[in-house]
Design a protein around this ligand. Structure first.
Ligand SMILES: [Fe+2]
Length: 668
């Protein structure tokens, strides 16, 4: 008979339960005979595998819509038919947590597959979930993981999830995915009435219970709004299937709260606007719908959502909302792997340059030098920042002269990150990093006749925080820390490259690697760049796209990989061989691959010797999976482990099934 013991008594209405499997125990709880029948409209999920525990999740709604607390059982078994129960315990939930249930089960065996489900009254039962615990310390296990980001519900369908599930079912056991690393934008807090290219959305998001409407989009403002988004996204059968099939490890990016947010500030109109109540709602909804092990992790900063009373003081409001939930954390995966997850939003300083600043100086984009000065603040040039900025027709006071250097992680999290990777004894330190680390400069000074300068086209990602990239990479260099691999998202493109302490120091050596994954369904970045080039920046169109008889070519890929002069040359001549001779792009040293028209997902296979990465580009996610189930191409990479004093050597891409522009035809 099964063996269970409740390690902490539950409170109905509270949504976290602590349950322990004890080998040899024979106790199994039962529900009262009059317990209400339940429905499980968002399925089941599991999160943050530990060697001995896992967080299980469901949302259990009273059948018929009654607004009453409910009681249910969680069952755990080693068998998919639940013929032998390891655990059967009562848990409960209510409207207070929107009927979500978080049950942390420990006492499990490491590196072991389990099945789980939830049972309500009248034999109502959830779907069955499958999960897996992490290997124990000392186990040298090969790890297969999927990494994903940016799953905007309305911009496309979830064919990427469907393909991943189908491929995994067909794979040999040793090649099957063991966990999914979700790098953020699990939901989007806003719904645009049109896509970037003017076409209608693929799917509708229901109206918000509260929400704010603008002429172009509507956005969530209340707890009910954010909950509605999670419930809508989780209504998709493919996403539900993925959550039932694999344990997820999630961090967030901006859209779990607000586009391009920092701390509790939103930036819809450029300037930061404090909205602590909204941040609090976003945090609560994330905690309710994303199963993550937070309070249960010992000696880590991570903690569960803690309700806050927001007073009148603005600074305190901001702090309280940020402090309501802490999600940065480390998970250990045997000898080969530690997973270090960061929060790129809650502790970051405001953008180093306000929106429109470059334009006010007569510049089309923020220049590399302008960002370096504004970002480093008082620390620029070893503590000698310029009094004025060397741009524009006149002189402009340096707004950052007295400012502390900017930070994406915040000082406390940064120290934790550095301490964690320094102390890690795992061969690989996988950094779950919402934003791309790899360089993405647009060196327009290589077009001498334009007078334009070396520039950065997006300062919301790490490219806008070069000082902190330098701090992190210098630390890895100085302490001989190897095996740091960032898996990132956010940018709606596939990319791969190595990372240096600086993109402007010629002698900087690679010290880490970064693989950035395209969105599951969010519009590829090329769509937005092309729309912006057409509407607002026609002078730059030659660097972005080219209309040909075969269709539109993403010249932007050349701008990033081979440089602006190569892109310009290609656009004007159509001669890719000539453009190829002008690369690689010295401004983006280490950048090995971009695919900016992609939707899809990433796979990483990690053992003691190497990390193998596949970046999978789907055929077309704007239509339902059944209409376009295929893969357009796969880019494969190998990253052998490197020893102290050596530099990471990224090998690839090698293509399967074709190659994105401007890469050669398929090699396989
Ligand atoms: Fe995104």
């Amino acid at each position: 008979m099964p063996i269970t013991r409740r390690s902490l008594l539950e409170l109905l209405g509270s949504s976290t339960f602590f349950l322990t499997v004890i080998p040899g125990s024979v106790f199994a709880a039962t529900l009262p005979t009059d317990a209400a029948p339940l429905e499980f409209p968002q399925g089941v999920a599991s999160g943050d595998p530990q060697p001995d525990g896992i967080m299980l999740w469901t949302r259990a709604v009273p059948a018929g819509g009654a607004d009453t607390p409910v009681r249910l059982m969680v069952q755990l078994s080693a068998d998919s038919d639940f013929s032998t129960l390891l655990l059967q315990e009562e848990v409960g939930t209510s409207a207070a947590s929107d009927y979500t249930v978080r049950a942390y089960v420990d006492g499990l065996a490491p590196d072991t597959q389990y099945f789980y489900r939830f049972v309500g009254g009248a034999q109502s039962v959830s779907r069955t979930g499958r999960t897996r615990t992490a290997p124990a310390a000392g186990q040298a296990r090969k790890v297969n993981l999927a990494f994903v980001s940016c799953q905007c519900y309305d911009q496309a369908y979830y064919g990427s999830w469907a393909r991943m599930l189908a491929e995994d079912r067909a794979a040999a056991e040793e090649d099957r995915i063991q966990l999914v690393l979700h790098l953020g934008d699990f939901i989007y807090e806003y719904f645009w009435y049109k896509r970037g290219d003017g076409s209608p959305p693929s799917r509708e998001v229901p109206p918000f219970p509260n929400g704010v409407d603008t002429p172009e989009y509507r956005y969530a403002v209340s707890l009910a709004d954010y909950r509605m988004l999670y419930k809508t996204y989780l209504s998709d059968p493919h996403l539900q299937e993925a959550r039932a099939n694999w344990p997820f490890i999630c961090t967030w990016d901006d859209h779990e709260f607000s586009n391009d947010c920092y701390q509790s500030f939103t930036t819809y109109d450029g300037e930061g606007v404090l909205d602590a109540p909204r941040k609090l709602c976003a945090n609560q909804a994330w905690f309710e719908f994303i199963p993550a092990v937070l309070d249960e992790l010992k000696e880590q900063p991570a903690h569960n959502f803690e309700p806050q009373v927001l007073g009148q003081d603005k600074t305190q409001q901001n702090q309280s909302a940020v402090d309501s939930l802490c999600i940065y954390r480390k998970l250990s995966w045997g000898n080969n792997l530690d997973i270090v997850l960061t929060d790129s939003r809650s502790y970051r300083t405001p953008p180093c340059l306000p929106e429109g600043f470059a334009a006010s100086l007569g510049l089309p984009l923020n220049t590399v030098e302008l960002v370096a000065i504004a970002d480093a603040g008082s620390a620029y040039a070893d503590g000698h920042p310029p009094a004025t900025l060397p741009y524009g027709d006149g002189t402009v006071a340096n707004p950052a002269r007295e400012r502390a250097p900017a930070s994406m992680l915040g000082l406390a999290q940064r120290q934790w990150f550095l301490d964690t990777v320094t102390a890690s004894t795992a061969t690989w330190k996988i950094w779950g990093n919402a934003l791309p680390l790899m360089p993405m400069r647009l060196d327009m000074s290589s077009l001498p006749f334009t007078g334009y300068e070396d520039s950065i086209f997006n300062i919301d990602c790490w490219a806008g925080y070069p000082h902190e990239v330098g701090v992190l990479m210098r630390h890895l260099e100085a302490n001989n820390i190897t095996g740091v691999v960032s898996l990132s998202g956010d940018h709606h493109m596939h990319g791969a490259g190595t990372v240096r302490r600086s993109t402007t120091e010629a002698d900087a050596k690679p010290v880490a690697a970064d693989f950035t994954v395209a969105g599951i369904s969010s519009s590829p970045i090329f769509e937005d760049l092309m729309a912006a080039a057409k509407e607002d920046h026609p002078d730059f169109a030659v660097l972005v796209y080219k209309d040909t008889e075969h269709g539109v070519e993403p010249v932007w890929n050349i701008s990033m990989l081979q440089g602006v002069l190569a892109a310009y040359t290609y656009s004007k001549t159509g001669m890719d061989a000539l453009a190829g001779l002008l690369g690689p792009n010295a401004a983006n040293a280490g950048l090995a691959y971009v695919d900016t028209t992609a939707n899809g997902y990433g796979l990483a296979s990690i053992d003691a010797d190497e990390v193998r990465v596949q970046l999978i580009t789907m055929q077309d996610c704007r239509v339902a999976f059944e209409q376009a189930p295929g893969i357009r191409h796969i880019a494969k990479f190998r990253l052998p482990h490197w020893r102290a004093g050596e530099a990471p050597q990224l090998q690839g891409p090698d293509f399967v099934g074709g190659a994105p522009f401007p890469f050669a035809p398929p090699s396989v």
